[in-house]
Design a protein around this ligand. Structure first.
Ligand code: BEZ
Length: 328
């Protein structure tokens, strides 16, 4: 059974063990932190349109981008309470609640976005989603992703020593905080919508970010040194509130799984297609570019592993799967 079918059948089975609601027209509210122009938001809109069409207008989806409903921690609480129906979330907030998801952020677990896509589409990654209903009260429908993580900074970062003491913006979650603490920086957790102003007003010296956001949100206006390090992948997960799930009929659950997964998978395809052009566009700007690999972060990685090999037992299995998928 492939990953998609496995997730679908698990989520359906989870629903079917609970009282199955009757079909009922709904306007689902879907929250996310990315701005309207971002790939994830466009995928959420596309999912809504397709769900409306496939349900012959019975269901619709209202998309709330740019953190309009709150940050991801607040959205997770709303999903748990059933006051929010759906969300496209970074894995960050999930890893704060289920440490095994932190394994997806292991530095250099994958080499590039193609490798990340193969791993996220694997059974091993799909099995992690099965932990979500019991441990968070959310149904994890499937994965999307963003590009590989890079570092954009005001001052040049040419050696590991240059990272020391940098106030470096991170997405708020523990595995990345631990990585940058080990690298000697002062990690500063900030959600995506707050990053531009924090760079502009000097609250941070550098940011952890992907090519797409650096380009689309013009972060390069505020910091002109780019360390191309590809140090982590950045998965996203499409979720439905467990409380809402229980109220849905089996047919509606199946429709949501199929439709949402098609758009999440489309996000992965788009990242694969667009990342090379985004990198080329950034290389063509007047930025200082430096490249780094695993050796650059060797000491930080050793420290990170000392913590996370124990906190996230799934890491071992993910590493084995990543090794098999490296050469496809
Ligand atoms: C970030 O926190 O860096 C981020 C979040 C969502 C999409 C892309 C980047």
């Amino acid at each position: 059974m492939n990953n998609f079918n496995k997730i679908a059948s698990t989520a359906l089975a989870l629903g079917l063990t609970l009282a199955s609601g009757n079909a009922q027209a709904r306007d689902f509210r879907l929250g996310l932190i990315t701005p309207p122009s971002h790939l994830w938001t466009q995928a959420a809109e596309g999912f809504g349109e397709e769900l409306a069409e496939a349900s012959a207008g019975e269901h619709s989806v209202s998309v709330f981008p740019s953190q309009q409903l709150g940050n991801e921690a607040q959205m997770v609480q709303q999903l748990q309470a059933g006051s929010l129906d759906m969300a496209f979330l970074t894995i960050a907030e999930i890893s704060n609640r289920i440490p095994d998801f932190g394994a997806l952020y292991a530095p250099y677990l994958v080499n590039d976005v193609a490798h990340a896509a193969r791993l996220l589409r694997s059974d091993v990654a799909g099995e992690l989603l099965e932990l979500m209903p019991a441990q968070t009260g959310l149904v994890g429908v499937g994965y999307g992703m963003s590009g590989m993580r890079q570092i954009l900074s005001r001052d040049p970062i040419a050696s590991p020593q240059d990272l020391e003491g940098q106030r470096l913006r991170i997405t708020p979650f523990e595995p990345i905080r631990d990585f940058y603490l080990a690298a000697g920086t002062a990690p500063t957790p900030l959600p995506l919508p707050d990053v531009y102003d924090a760079l502009a007003n000097g609250q941070v010296d550098a940011i952890d970010m992907d090519f797409e956001a650096i380009e689309a949100l013009k972060f390069y206006d505020q910091a002109e040194h780019l360390l191309i390090s590809n140090h982590m992948m950045f998965p996203m997960v499409g979720v439905v509130s467990g409380r809402v799930w229980r109220e849905l009929s089996g047919a509606d659950r199946e429709l949501i799984i199929t439709t949402m997964n098609a758009h999440l998978d489309g996000v992965i395809d788009s990242v694969l297609e667009r990342e090379p052009a985004q990198e080329a566009a950034l290389r063509a700007l007047d930025l200082t570019i430096t490249e780094a690999d695993e050796a650059f972060f060797r000491e930080a990685i050793a420290q990170w592993e000392a913590t996370w090999n124990q906190r996230a037992p799934a890491l071992e299995t993910l590493r084995q799967a990543a090794a098999v998928l490296e050469v496809e």
